[in-house]
Design a protein around this ligand. Sequence first.
Ligand SMILES: [Zn+2]
Length: 109
Amino acid sequence: MARIAFGMSRFGSPAACKDCGGAFARSRFGVDFCGAKCRMRFNNRRTKRGGELYDLAMLNRFGDKEKGKLTKHVAALLDRWHAEDKRERSGRESWGELSYSEQRRLGVQ
Ligand SMILES: [Zn+2]
């Protein structure tokens, strides 16, 4: 089951930045990054990885050569990203939490 965490943070409470891991005081409700640079880097990584996953899924569905190999390729991609996170982000999670409405839309409740 997906976790819901966005919106759980409190104003002014100490926190660790979701990108660099550095300590910061939340300036407002739901802030998870020490600054815009970290927020953009985190979101750009997700966007890039999402694009790779999209291409892989489309190739699996419609490409002759890769048809039906999605599970194997997705597992390899996730393993590569996980290793990259361990190496470059000290193992910090590189994904966001799903809001309640996102969970409903994706059917993962
Ligand atoms: Zn940061």
